[in-house]
Ligand binder design. Structure first.
Ligand code: DX5
Ligand code: ZN
Length: 217
């Protein structure tokens, strides 16, 4: 029995109140906190960088799961280690040397994740599974919260069988809600990122809504 973890994405939080938002989702049952870093180049949207992530760190009591949607990655690995990332995930599409990138993330003391865009096959990670702690399967094209779920259950099933008994998480990112969560969990995912489905209807003044949303997922 795999325990499913919920990782709310603070991309859907109030950007003027990150500290309070992080404390609210953790108090309401979040297992991890998912931090979406976008550079306006690898993806067509821009969020925050290592200095902001470092400011989030003292508010995160669980696991700070940092998803880099940036290219290149390698020049910034030490900055995210210094910022206190527990898991640092890079996209396989972000550069020619993902193998080197994953080695560098581990060498900097973090868990190493590799993310796959919807168009990238499961087989792309076949030679990376001993270098990675997490495979993130994107179920939207990255860049924005609130997009429609793209069914990647066949990819998730392939990954689960390729991973075998290695201690590698399968994380799903994009369009996860109470309707899609059971599909990806059944296919073999164990970490579910959710932005809009966690934050909708709630606020730091009505945090119990976050808890209800998490329980529905
Ligand atoms: C997509 C991001 C996701 C996304 C999730 O670019 O990596 O973390 O914001 O948001 P929802 O759950 O709203 O699809
Ligand atoms: Zn993400």
């Amino acid at each position: 029995d795999r325990k499913i973890k919920i990782a709310p994405s603070i991309l859907s939080a109030d950007f003027a109140n990150f500290g309070q938002e992080i404390r609210a989702i953790e108090a309401q049952g979040a297992d991890w906190v998912h931090v979406d870093v976008m550079d306006g180049h690898f993806v067509p949207n821009l969020t925050f960088g290592p200095q902001a992530v470092k400011a989030f760190r003292p508010h995160v009591k669980t696991v700070m799961d940092v998803h880099l949607m940036i290219a290149p990655v390698d020049p910034y690995i030490d900055a995210y280690a210094d910022a206190g990332a527990d898991v640092l995930t890079a996209h396989i599409e972000a550069g020619p040397h993902i193998h080197r990138t994953l080695q560098a993330i581990r060498a900097a003391g973090m868990k190493a994740g590799v993310a796959l865009n919807p168009g990238t096959p499961a087989e792309a990670v076949a030679h990376l599974l001993d270098l990675t702690d997490l495979v993130c399967v994107m179920t939207v094209n990255p860049g924005f919260g609130g997009q429609k779920f793209i069914d990647m259950t066949a990819k998730i099933r392939s990954l689960r069988s390729m991973i075998g008994d290695r201690p590698v998480h399968i994380e799903i990112d994009g369009g996860v809600d109470p309707a899609t969560a059971p599909l990806v969990a059944e296919a073999g995912a164990d970490v579910l990122v959710a932005g809009s489905a966690v934050f909708k209807g709630g606020s730091v003044n009505a945090p119990e809504v976050y808890g209800e949303n998490i329980r529905k997922i």
